[in-house]
Design a binder for this molecule. Structure first.
Ligand code: HEM
Length: 397
């Protein structure tokens, strides 16, 4: 596929190590070029402006997920028919099976458990004084809550983080990072399939709900295998990214931490601002079903379109001072980091609950985060995250 002549082109590979580490100038250049820009290296139209990204996400009749949301065909073939990669009735049907378990009302009983675990974890780390905000803090809460919620048995949990991260790498272009991770994606799929075959999931969990739906005949065994991974795969790295980025941002902008501590009711807004400023998922794709246009730019049927949430969230056409981190930003809630429309994140209430609980617990005691050395980025085609953020904390006492 080649570019439509009326659309500007961009020659750089936006998935090199350098571009993953420092993506924001690429995003600015893409936004400045137009509402849709042909990515020569990736054979797809980038949508980097906020208004255009939102319009594409809300028009799932034209911009389809059912042919996959990755930038490479092998990965798209593997996920066909899962929640993320389906449309219309099938998608609505799959979402109905278990997504209600993640609605804020259904999660209410979990809120206290998550808040208590967050308090305990923070108390332990604050007593240490120095810790790694990623490996000690950001990993710990999702890993102690989410696998239980999904119903994943104890055995196999040691692989979850590497599998989840491989899954996100596989959704980029078929570069070395994606190729390397394919075997891990296969292991994850095989394990999910095994759980459906053996029924070895925790009672009362989301996974148990998937099996009950299969037993009632609401979904096929293959769909149950997909659903088992649909919720697990995006449930860890994403939230870990948001928590790690939050601590890094509060260490960099201590006045924002002061602001949050002075006004704890800003915590939910601060989570939106973290997700806006350092969007955990950079982009997902769509396929244009018919000849169409994006902000007036002609897009031929069959084109792959890459919606870059992370670029839309820094669009100066939408957000004032987009490169400033501001926990009181009045329109932070409009960020697109959880997507929007039919495929909007099904797990965002859980992710918000985890991140808010940790920030609330930290705000009670920690007065300052100091970076103890340079943070290390974790390189991934899709997830923007740190592998390590060493910090020392100051407390009130
Ligand atoms: C900060 C944390 C998170 C972020 C930033 C995030 C981001 C996203 C985004 C951008 C999408 C939209 C996909 C699209 O447009 O095609 C999405 C979908 C999804 N997310 Fe999340 N997510 C997070 C946490 C979670 C968690 C904790 C879970 C599960 C427990 C989860 C489950 C899902 C599922 C199942 C979908 C597919 C929805 C569909 O296609 O209908 N996510 N997420």
């Amino acid at each position: 596929m080649t570019a439509s002549a009326a659309v500007p082109t961009y020659g750089a590979d936006i998935y090199t190590d350098e571009a993953i580490l420092e993506p924001y100038e690429h995003y600015r250049a893409l936004r400045d070029l137009g509402p849709a820009v042909w990515l020569e290296q990736h054979g797809a139209y980038a949508v980097a402006r906020y208004a255009a990204a939102r319009a594409v996400l809300l028009d799932s009749d034209t911009f389809r997920s059912a042919n996959g949301i990755a930038l490479n065909e092998p990965a798209n073939q593997v996920i066909l028919g899962c929640t993320l990669a389906s449309d219309g009735e099938l998608h609505a049907h799959l979402r109905k099976v278990v997504a209600h378990r993640l609605m804020p009302r259904s999660l209410r009983p979990l809120r206290e458990v998550v808040a208590r675990r967050a308090e305990e974890l923070v108390a332990e780390l604050v007593a240490r004084g120095s810790f790694d905000a990623v490996t000690d803090l950001a990993y710990a809460l999702p890993m102690s809550v989410v696998p239980d919620f999904i119903g994943w048995p104890q055995e196999g949990r040691e692989h979850l983080l590497e599998w989840a991260s491989a899954n996100f790498d596989s959704f980029g272009p078929m570069n070395a990072r994606a190729e390397r991770t394919m075997p891990k994606c296969g292991e994850m799929a095989a394990y999910g399939a095994e759980l459906v075959r053996t029924g070895n999931v925790l009672p009362g969990s989301l996974g148990a709900g998937v099996l009950e739906a299969r037993d009632r005949g609401d979904i096929t065994t293959e769909q149950a295998m997909m659903l088992m991974l649909d919720y697990l795969a995006p449930s860890l790295d994403t939230t870990i990214s948001a928590i790690g980025s939050a601590i890094w941002l509060f260490a960099r902008y201590p006045e924002q931490w002061d602001r949050l501590r002075a006004e704890p009711s800003l915590v939910p807004n601060a989570v939106n601002e973290v997700v806006r400023y350092e969007s955990p998922i950079r982009a997902f794709g769509r396929l244009a079903e018919t000849d169409t246009e994006i902000g007036g730019a002609p897009i031929p049927a069959g084109s792959r379109v890459l919606v870059i949430y992370a670029a839309a969230n820094r669009d100066e056409r939408k957000f004032a001072r987009p490169d400033e981190f501001d926990v009181a930003r009045p329109d932070a809630v409009h960020q697109l980091g959880f997507g929007v429309g039919e495929h909007g994140c099904a797990g965002q209430a859980l992710a918000r609950m985890e991140t808010e609980s940790l920030l609330t617990a930290l705000a009670r005691t920690v007065t300052r985060f100091h970076l103890d050395g340079p943070p290390q980025r974790a390189l991934n085609n899709l997830i923007r995250a740190f592998g390590s953020v060493p910090v020392t904390v100051e407390t009130e006492t």
